[in-house]
Design a binder for this molecule. Sequence first.
Ligand code: ADP
Ligand code: MG
Length: 333
Amino acid sequence: MGSITLKNVSKVFGAHAVIPSIDLDITDGEFVVFVGPSGCGKSTLLRLIAGLEDVSDGEIVIDGRNATELPPAKRGLSMVFQSYALYPHMSVRSNIAFPLKMAGEDKATIDKKVQDAARVLNLTDYLDRKPRQLSGGQRQRVAIGRAIVRQPGAFLFDEPLSNLDAALRVNMRLEISQLHQQLKTTMVYVTHDQVEAMTMADKIVVLNRGRIEQVGSPLDLYRRPDNLFVAGFIGSPRMNFISGAPAADHGAHTIGIRPEHIALSTDQGIWRGTVGVAEHLGSDTFLHVNADGIGTLTARVGGDFAVTHGDQVFLTPDPQHLHRFDEKGMAIR
Ligand SMILES: Nc1ncnc2c1ncn2[C@@H]1O[C@H](COP(=O)(O)OP(=O)(O)O)[C@@H](O)[C@H]1O
Ligand SMILES: [Mg+2]
């Protein structure tokens, strides 16, 4: 139903190769997240898959069929945007029904499909409202409803939660994951937020300057980043990087250690330092420590670990979780 293969796909705008060349396999039913910093080409890649942009070179295969030249409507995909793009003068019911009406489906079929989508999305009680009478989260659910009724081979989401406040974003994240479990339809989801990528994806594609840095499951990328970019992008607070003598001791140009893999003590350890800032989150505390001869390191300790600005502490990295990188920034294994 919803397998997508990109072969040598590139996109050039003017003289700028936004996507030099990408190969990627998306399996039917998979939840794939494209993640990377702003401007790295995530939306462009999604729009190429959708057919909203033409490829400059390469091939897009959907369900085993060459779809490179197909118009968007013939690709069997549904796209959900950050701006919900609802019709303000239409009811929720009419908004969701719209693509079916355009496709000329009969009224009974439309009613049933709209009811089914509304049930899945908890919108049954809101069908007669106008978009302006809904919260941001409900509007986004209407936009997803409009995508669902078309029964696409795959859903394409472009930063669908970016306009929502933080609490609602966490809720909707969960709802979209549950929707995927229910529908089992392929989802390709674009975000700049590594937490969304980690929590939602079966497979994460990390993009940087139009290139794929690494593809893998969330825990693959967390545990075994291929390079400095992925190591620094996945995980929060980000991995500490140390070069110079401490790295050379481990036969590397740079070593990386995550804040959660540094043990903290007030009386002994490998590196000595002074607490700069302590960020108290309640459950955890993030300590930013000025370590002698190394620089600033971030360490995660329990929320009840009592240290404050100016205290002397000792840090010990867990050797099991030390990452090593060569001078090109590639992981040494
Ligand atoms: N239609 C366009 N014409 C020229 N440049 C574009 C166009 N669309 C996107 N770009 C450029 O392509 C790069 C990637 O953009 P985009 O795919 O929107 O990134 P992302 O979604 O990862 O933030 C950016 O440098 C952007 O300015
Ligand atoms: Mg974008």
